[in-house]
Design a protein around this ligand. Structure first.
Ligand code: FAD
Ligand code: NAP
Ligand code: SF4
Length: 672
């Protein structure tokens, strides 16, 4: 018997059957608008279908110009456009998969000057104000959804997903927050839900009974004047009556100030929301958010929270998630760690999406791993993310690889990162590489500090230096005092920190250390997370917003930095606000524009705006950036051994695991 009996069991939809309970959730990748984008999408989705996912939902495609994500965003409103998609649907069908196209009308979230809305209420996250749709324009928009669905069928899609959540146009009609109309489309709840119901009815009527219609229902808005559970249940029943095949779960609007998919959200933290709808409708329900392993998915399904699980980012991280689960090899799955660094952050920066742990994601046609015809004996020094990814890919290609690290375990700085509360997922990346290094027979030598002489003596043909960084120690009087610790001392070695602490430096590490120092030590559970962020489990009112139970008083922390820029400006686009909010809630003091004068036994003397003052503290934690560790470079160059630098050893500034893994993989593809 399979280890995942519910997850891997088929599901009949009446006219068709899904081969298992997995859906690849909709995610904008940027390929939709990229040059050669359709061929790249075909390779991207085709590989995921081959990897066993039952049903793929594409990134959102607008039904008309007004509904585009931004200027130049994808629209499907002509046959010509539909035919471009054929290559994508054919690639998926060739691998035995099914694919639905998401129809997304962004409404007031569109980033262009032609946006429309249920009303003229501007979104707090958008500078553009929407034009309120007239009655005639509403009916025209419904027709556009129908036309778009027809064209999707022509393009070969098995169905469509009608995007009714995350605060997009349909959701804007449903919520009081964004609908102040006084006609038949506003006012009572019945009037506000007329827009989605008319869309579903019209699409079903036009497309017939053998076409999948998924409706993405916002079950928890997480914004003021959002819906409540009675409204959700009412709408779910109406959606079923109108002819939808499946209901998918949407959690939180984009403007909500509560994290719903980031790493600090516990796994499967929202499946209880879908469970509230279970039993109220007869069509299958999909649950989502932070489901990233087959174990978690199986648990959610076998508990009966939903009939299907949707995972979007986990299929970026590993195309073969389902096949590996089926083969009983879950340890070989490259787990999505919910960092958002290469997927959502890229999209918000206008770049093609990829994946921190899998740089091939959305680059399948360009980053191809082939067998080498020129086998080499290669040394990789340093088993951080850069070294591990390089060694794994080199060995996968057939090279003879030895990976050295001075530490007793794999992971490099990821072993520091994973000790930060809310960053525990990094341990999965280390577990994945550990499994693959064994699978591809890399000779791993831990507890082994290597010198250039060792490498030269062992006759390596090529050497990769993935030796990382050395923490910077600023030259400040008192820096060598007993009250001064580095972030490595505190996070990795667990050295004690007093009740009042100064964190010197406010980059990613300064923020992480401040989170650690103010952490109440609660278990990382859904219950504690829901309390800390004030989410009502009853969803009685106000989009499920309740009052926060912020952990305060753990320690007095002051963060200092020299520059005048805003605190957190260098953090991730889609996650930085979460760290900033947490530290604000925990009353962490932040001072910029600081000149360090001295560290004394009872505090740090600084000058700010021409004034000298002392910040009293028991401990100073230095998080002042790093410099590259290139100690082995010169002797190897002198010995004329081909040597390559990756990750922090190459460039310490703006280093992160994304760059380290990407560089490691790309270098491995280019050797031999
Ligand atoms: P490293 O991870 O630094 O590894 C280098 C390895 O080389 C070490 O294990 C070292 O022992 C070994 N080594 C050096 N010299 C020798 C030698 N001569 N012989 C043998 N072994 C040697 N990045 C993100 O992308 N997202 C995050 O959320 C994130 N959070 C972080 C939080 C914290 C607290 C910290 C400290 C870092 C975080 N990072 C994060 C940064 C990320 O961990 C680093 O960018 C990444 O680990 C750098 O990888 P690397 O391969 O260059 O080297
Ligand atoms: P960083 O982002 O470069 O920040 C270094 C901090 O030290 C800055 O606040 C800098 O600010 C200060 N500093 C630099 N030189 C100094 C000096 N001589 N004296 C005193 N202060 C000095 O580096 P980091 O925080 O060490 O992080 C390292 C890398 O890990 C980063 O590139 C980051 O991307 C990655 N990381 C990422 C995440 C994530 O969530 N994505 C989390 C952690 C780490 P001032 O010059 O203003 O004082
Ligand atoms: Fe998951 Fe991070 Fe990859 Fe995005 S970049 S898919 S969040 S691991």
């Amino acid at each position: 018997m399979t280890a995942y009996p519910t997850l891997l069991s088929p599901l009949s939809l009446g006219f068709t059957t899904l081969k298992n309970r997995t859906i690849m959730g909709s995610m904008h990748t940027g390929l939709e608008e990229a040059p050669n984008g359709y061929d790249r999408m075909a390779a991207f989705y085709g590989e995921r279908a081959k990897g066993g996912v039952a049903l793929i939902v594409t990134g959102g495609i607008a039904p008309n110009e007004a509904g585009r994500v931004a200027k130049g965003g994808s629209v499907m409103d002509t046959e010509e456009e539909a035919l471009h998609h054929r290559v994508v649907t054919e690639a998926v069908h060739k691998e035995g998969g099914k694919i639905a196209m998401q129809i997304l009308h962004t409404g007031r979230y569109g980033y262009h000057d032609k946006i429309v809305g249920a009303s003229n209420v501007r979104a707090p996250i958008n500078m553009f104000k929407p034009h309120p749709l007239t009655e005639e324009e509403i009916w025209k928009t419904i027709e556009d959804f129908v036309r778009c669905s027809e064209l999707a069928k022509l393009a070969g899609y098995d169905g469509v997903e009608i995007m009714g959540s995350e605060g997009y146009l349909i959701n804007q009609f449903i919520a009081k927050r964004t609908n102040n109309r006084i006609d038949d489309w506003g006012g009572s709840f019945e009037n506000r839900i007329k827009f989605p119901i008319e869309i579903i009815k019209a699409v079903r009527k036009k497309l017939g009974t053998d076409f999948i219609i998924i409706y993405r229902l916002s079950m928890l808005d997480l914004v003021e004047e959002g819906g409540n559970i009675d409204e959700v249940l009412h709408l779910a029943k109406e959606i079923e009556k109108a002819g939808a095949t499946i209901i998918n779960t949407g959690i939180g609007w984009h403007e909500a100030r509560i994290p719903t998919i980031a790493m600090m959200v516990p796994r499967a933290a929202f499946t209880w929301v879908t469970a509230k709808v279970k039993g109220h409708v007869n069509i299958p329900l999909v649950t989502s958010n932070r489901i990233n392993t087959p174990e978690v998915a199986e648990e959610v399904l076998s508990r009966g929270d939903a009939d299907l699980v949707s995972m979007a980012r986990p299929f970026l991280a590993d195309s073969f998630f389902v096949e590996k689960a089926k083969a009983g090899k879950p340890e070989e799955i490259n787990t999505c760690i919910a960092c958002n660094q290469a997927c959502l952050d890229h999209i918000f920066q206008g770049k093609t999406a990829s994946c921190l742990v899998n740089p091939r994601a959305c680059h399948e046609t360009e980053l191809v791993i082939t067998q080498t015809k020129n086998v080499k004996k290669v040394a990789v020094v340093g088993a951080g993310p850069g070294g591990m990814s390089c060694a794994k890919t080199l060995a996968e290609r057939g090279h003879s690889v030895t990976l050295f690290d001075a530490q007793s375990e794999l992971g490099g700085q990821l072993n520091i990162a994973r000790r930060i509360p809310g960053k525990e997922e990094f341990k999965e990346t280390i577990r994945y590489f550990d499994t693959m290094l064994k699978k591809f027979k890399v000779n791993v030598k831990l507890n082994t500090y290597v010198s250039s002489e060792d490498l030269i003596a062992e006759g390596f043909e090529e050497v990769v230096l993935a030796t990382g960084v050395i923490p910077r120690i600023p030259e400040i009087p008192g820096i060598n005092g007993p009250n001064v610790l580095s972030y490595v001392d505190v996070v990795l070695k667990g050295k004690p920190v007093g009740k009042r602490a100064v964190v010197m430096g406010a980059g990613g590490i300064g923020f992480d250390v401040s989170i650690l120092l103010t952490d109440p030590g609660h278990a990382f559970t859904t219950e504690n997370y829901l309390k800390e962020w004030g989410i009502q489990t009853s969803i009685e009112k106000n989009g499920g917003l309740g009052s926060k139970e912020t952990p305060t008083g753990v320690r007095d922390v002051t963060m200092l930095k020299r520059s005048n820029s805003k605190f957190g400006a260098t953090l991730g686009k889609t996650t930085g606000w979460i760290h900033k909010t947490s530290l604000e809630d925990r009353k962490v003091n932040q001072i910029s524009g600081v000149t360090y004068k001295a560290i004394e036994s009872d505090g740090v003397v600084i000058e700010v705006k021409g004034e000298t003052k002392k910040i009293p503290c028991d401990t100073v934690v230095v998080c002042a950036g790093q410099d590259p560790n290139r100690a082995l470079l010169e002797p190897l160059q002198k010995a004329k051994i081909p040597v390559h630098l990756i990750g922090g050893a190459d460039l310490a500034s703006e280093l992160d695991a994304k760059r380290a893994i990407d560089q490691g993989t790309r270098l491995a593809v280019s050797i031999g």
